[in-house]
Structure formats: C-alpha cells, structure tokens
Design a protein around this ligand. Structure first.
Ligand code: HEM
Ligand code: NAG
Ligand code: NAG
Ligand code: NAG
Length: 319
C-alpha cells in the first residue's frame, strides 16, 4: 500500500514536472516581468520607424539564431577568449544585421527586471513585433527560453541554408529542424521584405538560365556588375514589387521567374513545392496564417529550459 502510494506520487511528480521543464509558455514573464513584452514592442517599433528594413533584419536574426544550436541567442555572442562568434560565420558576416537593436532592447529590459528575461526570448518577441510593425502576421510567442553559454561557429556553416542550395538540400535542412516543406515555403515568404547583396544573386542574374525572367535579370544587372568584387555589397530588394510591405507578392514573383535568389526560385521550378507557392500566391490569408504557425514552430527549435544555460546580463557576452 505504502509503496503503491509512493509510486503514484512519483508518477504525479513526473507528469506534472516534465512538461513544465520542456515546454515554453506565453505567460512565462507575467509575474516576473509584466512589462517585458510592452518594452520590447515599443523599442522594436521605434527601431523600425527609424529604418524600415530593420523589420526584415530582426526576423532573419531570429531565424539564424534558431537554426544553430536552437533558439538560444548563440548568434549574439561576440568573439572572446572562450567564444568563437557565430557573427563571423560566412552566412552571417557582413550580412546579418540588428545586433545593436537587440543589445539596446536588452538593456532597457534589464533596467526594469534585471536577470529575468533571456536574450533568446527577446529575439523571438522582436521577430513577431517586427512582422507586426510592417503590417505582417502576428502570433503568440512562447517564452521561457534560456541563453547559451557556448556558440556554434562551425555548425553555422552547415546548418544555415545557402542562396545557391537546391530544393532537395533545402528540404532536408529544414526537415532536420522539424520543419515541413510547407513551413519552409511559408518562412521563405519573409523574403517579401528586406534586401540582398549582389554577391548573393550575381551568378543567377548572369547565367542566362531559363528559370529567370530576362527583363528582370537585366534590370538587376544594372546595379550588380558581372565581375566578382565589383559592387559585391550593392543591395537589391528581395521582393521587387513591394519591398517594404509584408504581403504575398514574393510568391507571385516566383511564378513569373522573378525570384532574386536561386534558393527563392527553386521553390517554384517544377518540384514538389510548386503547388504551395501557387496556393500562397492566390491566398494572402493562407500565407499569413501558415507563416504565423511556422514562426511558432521555428521558435520552438531546441530551446534551453529549466536550469540549462543562463539568463545573460548582456546579449553579446556570457555572464
Ligand atoms: C530557404 C532558405 C533561405 C536562404 C537560402 C536564405 C538566404 C538569404 C540571403 C542570401 C539573404 C541576403 C543576405 C545578404 O545579402 O547578405 C537573405 C535575406 C533575408 N532572409 Fe533569408 N534565406 C532563407 C530563408 C529565410 C527564412 C526561413 C527567413 C525567416 C523566417 C528569412 C528571412 C530573411 C530576411 C527577412 C532577409 C532580409 C534581411 C535584411 O534585409 O536585413 N530567410 N536570405
Ligand atoms: C554558398 O555557396 C557558394 C557556391 O557553392 C559558395 O561559393 C559560398 O561560399 C557559399 N556561401 C556561404 C555563405 O556559405
Ligand atoms: C549571357 O548573355 C549575354 C548577352 O546576351 C552574354 O554577353 C553573356 O556572356 C552570357 N552569359 C553566359 C554565362 O553565357
Ligand atoms: C560586442 O560587439 C559590439 C559591436 O562591436 C559592441 O557594440 C558590444 O559592446 C560588444 N559587447 C561586449 C560585451 O563587449
């Protein structure tokens, strides 16, 4: 009898605690830092009103965080004696932006609730608020991620997609993060805003391929010289039609062979994702709701919870 009761209590303990350890919750800071979310929102709005592109940069920052060691703010760490910064990975260097915005948001949040709100959660909330700031979809952000004490410079090279990747590679990479083809196409729809450097689309606009609209290629060549090195950092909009609005024009562009990156156009090039692209090009509301749920899924990739990791004081350094 006594031992049965004991087992029962032990089972209760296991069932009541396990999910709490592993799961994130949208109410995580309700008691410990009730003003966290409004503070982040105000700061992100200010940053986006100062520079509209920052909305795109903050969404991408969260993506590049989550794909390397999970959503643990590892991307925010600077180089130091113990850290080889992910900021220097080929996919991030001279490319990912918004670190300073996140560092500033963190210091505002620290001033109201020191040591409570993780940098990983700030990234997730900032990505949502950035989408809303450019009239994009909204969603409820799960919270309770903790920050890593390590960074993943070498993993960044293999875990982040490349602009020259083919469809199979993209599908398997996103699949390895628990994201479906549908999630991948929806998330790529964030290329409805933001910019890319000439070096990321030069090969595509000069190879006279059949998967690019000739007029579009020649327009893009004007500010992206053929010679490697020349104008490498000149930027062009990922969505040529409405580069500053979060809408479904990105998908309409793909159908017209006007995707800027090779990795954009492969989503509509006779493969298994064509029908998803067509669907989103016809239904902004389907794109919007799929994007929101895919962002939640992406934000759930391998979080540190419970007593794993730490709550950093500064996002750019471990405590
Ligand atoms: C499918 C694989 C993907 C590839 C190969 C890819 C690649 C790229 C590249 C090459 C750029 C331009 C970078 C530069 O000029 O240095 C870019 C920009 C961007 N990416 Fe992606 N991306 C992918 C998926 C995603 C996903 C899943 C998201 C977010 C959920 C995202 C969000 C963005 C945004 C918003 C920008 C513009 C950033 C800015 O203007 O600062 N991308 N991407
Ligand atoms: C992407 O792939 C191209 C071609 O394979 C390669 O030259 C380039 O270094 C890669 N870029 C990154 C950021 O890994
Ligand atoms: C693409 O076409 C242009 C002119 O139509 C030509 O000058 C160029 O060499 C071609 N590029 C390739 C890679 O064939
Ligand atoms: C990390 O680097 C950024 C950019 O150089 C700098 O502004 C920030 O102060 C650095 N953080 C630390 C803790 O040194």
């Amino acid at each position: 009898m006594g031992s049965t009761a004991c087992i029962f209590v032990a089972l209760l303990f296991i069932f009541s605690n396990m999910p709490c350890e592993a799961q994130l919750s949208s109410s995580f800071y309700d008691n410990t830092c009730p003003k966290a979310l409004s503070t982040i929102r105000t700061a992100v709005r200010t940053a986006v009103s100062r520079e509209r592109r920052m909305a795109a940069s903050l969404i991408r920052l969260h993506f590049h965080d989550c794909f390397v060691q999970g959503c643990d703010a590892s991307i925010l760490l600077n180089d130091s004696s113990s850290i080889q910064s992910e900021k220097n990975a080929p996919n991030n260097l001279n490319s990912v932006r918004g670190y300073d915005v996140i560092d500033d948001v963190k210091s505002e949040v620290e001033s109201i609730c020191p040591g409570i709100v993780s940098c990983a959660d700030i990234l997730a909330v900032a990505a949502r608020d950035a989408s809303v700031a450019v009239s994009g979809p909204t969603w409820t952000v799960n919270l309770g991620r903790r920050d890593s004490t390590t960074s993943g410079l070498s993993q960044a090279a293999t875990n982040l997609p490349n602009f020259s990747d083919g469809l199979d590679r993209l599908i398997s990479l996103f699949g390895s993060k628990g994201l479906s083809e549908r999630d991948m196409v929806a998330l790529s729809g964030s290329h409805t805003i933001g910019q890319a450097r000439c070096v990321t689309f030069r090969d595509r606009i000069y190879d006279n391929g059949t998967d690019i609209d000739a007029g579009f290629a020649s327009t893009r060549r004007r500010r992206c010289p053929a010679t490697s090195g020349d104008g490498d950092d000149n930027i062009a909009a990922l969505d040529l039609v409405t580069p500053n609005s979060f809408d479904n024009n990105y998908f309409k562009n793909l159908i017209q062979k006007k995707g800027l990156l090779q990795s954009d156009q492969v989503l509509f090039s006779g493969g298994s994702t064509d029908s998803i692209v067509t669907g989103y090009s016809k239904s902004p509301s389907t794109f919007s709701s799929d994007f929101a749920s895919a962002m939640v899924k992406m934000g759930n990739i391998e979080p540190l919870t419970g007593s794993a990791g730490e709550i950093r004081k500064l996002c750019s350094a471990i405590n």
